[in-house]
Design a protein around this ligand. Structure first.
Ligand code: HEC
Ligand code: HEC
Length: 250
């Protein structure tokens, strides 16, 4: 490598370092959450009693008990107080006076308003549901095709052969099979599986694997729609990373 090339490389590495540092330490535009003074006292009680050793806030903490970030809606003050005083299951009792119990309640209440601990990606459709939706579009199909669709669903083919070209264990896109594989190949695989891989031995009868083949042909013809819907469900407009608060708060 010439000296010039090394200088350019060094320069680029420095730039990347500066950019990464900036991204890590620059505050996002997200909201700043300010806990009230009572909630801060509650946080101090929380820390002093090591609640975090068994509970998570925003997924951080111990895992013996549940994540408590968004727990307060299901806890009346009486219930919280009873749990803290008497313990619950593997949770020990704590000798907290009523004021401290109240402070913890306020802390959990305000914490709840800072965000969602485990954001949901909108309405998540499983691949199998997606498949049945698409298959249901075809009314009055041939009985063979319906039988094939039934088998494809009950055997969970789509769970491994996702229509996105990057399935688990390199399993081929279910909607693309009939473009590259012969019917004989598919029938052999459905009978014997592929040893040493995740493709199970299904011992499928010739009649059934013919039906699966018909279904695969149908899915190949509708592949574009299937793939588009699959992409649609993998992204969600409701989800905004910047809305996730930093796990420490003031
Ligand atoms: C030794 C571990 C441990 C510690 C320390 C601990 N907990 Fe727990 N906590 C648990 C377990 C386990 C459960 C679940 C009990 C069950 O449902 O059987 C639980 C349940 C709870 C629940 C009920 C959650 C729900 O939605 O049902 C609350 C509230 C709670 N803990 C608050 C606290 C607070 C506040 C502290 C600190 C003062 C604390 N815990 C300390 C283990 C612990
Ligand atoms: C548990 C996951 C899993 C399930 C369920 C599954 N497969 Fe597979 N399948 C795989 C994997 C992994 C491979 C790739 C094996 C390899 O590495 O060669 C594969 C390979 C195949 C192949 C051979 C592809 C080739 O390149 O020759 C066909 C055909 C096939 N599967 C069809 C199906 C059908 C149809 C179903 C449902 C009836 C199904 N598979 C169910 C995981 C699965």
């Amino acid at each position: 490598m010439s000296i010039r090339a090394r200088q350019v490389l060094l320069f680029m590495l420095c730039c990347a370092f500066v950019a990464q540092t900036w991204l890590v330490y620059a505050d996002s535009e997200g909201d700043d959450y300010l806990l009230s003074s009572v909630a801060l006292e509650g946080q101090a009680v929380w820390r002093k009693n090591n609640c975090q050793s068994c509970h998570q806030l925003y997924g951080f903490g111990g895992f013996l008990g549940p994540d408590l970030t968004n727990s307060i809606d299901n806890l009346s003050p009486e219930r919280l107080s009873a749990i803290l005083t008497e313990g619950l299951g593997q949770m020990p009792a704590f000798e907290l006076d009523p004021d401290d119990q109240h402070r913890i309640g306020v802390f959990l209440r305000e914490l709840d308003q800072t965000g969602i601990s485990q954001p949901k990606l909108g309405d998540v459709v499983t691949p199998t549901e997606l498949l049945s939706q698409v298959l249901a579009l075809e009314e009055g199909s041939a009985p063979g095709l319906l039988r094939g669709a039934e088998l494809v669903q009950s055997q969970g083919c789509i769970g491994c052969h996702l229509p996105n070209e990057q399935s688990l264990h390199r399993a081929m896109d279910l909607t693309a099979m009939t473009t590259t594989l012969s019917r004989e190949r598919v029938q052999t695989v459905l009978l014997d599986g592929i040893e040493g891989t995740a493709m199970p031995r299904l011992s499928m009868s010739a009649e059934d694997s013919q039906a699966v083949w018909d279904c695969l042909v149908w899915m190949n013809e509708h592949g574009e729609e299937l793939r588009a819907r699959f992409r649609g469900m993998a992204t969600s407009e409701d989800f905004d990373l910047l809305q996730l608060p930093w796990f420490e708060y003031r």
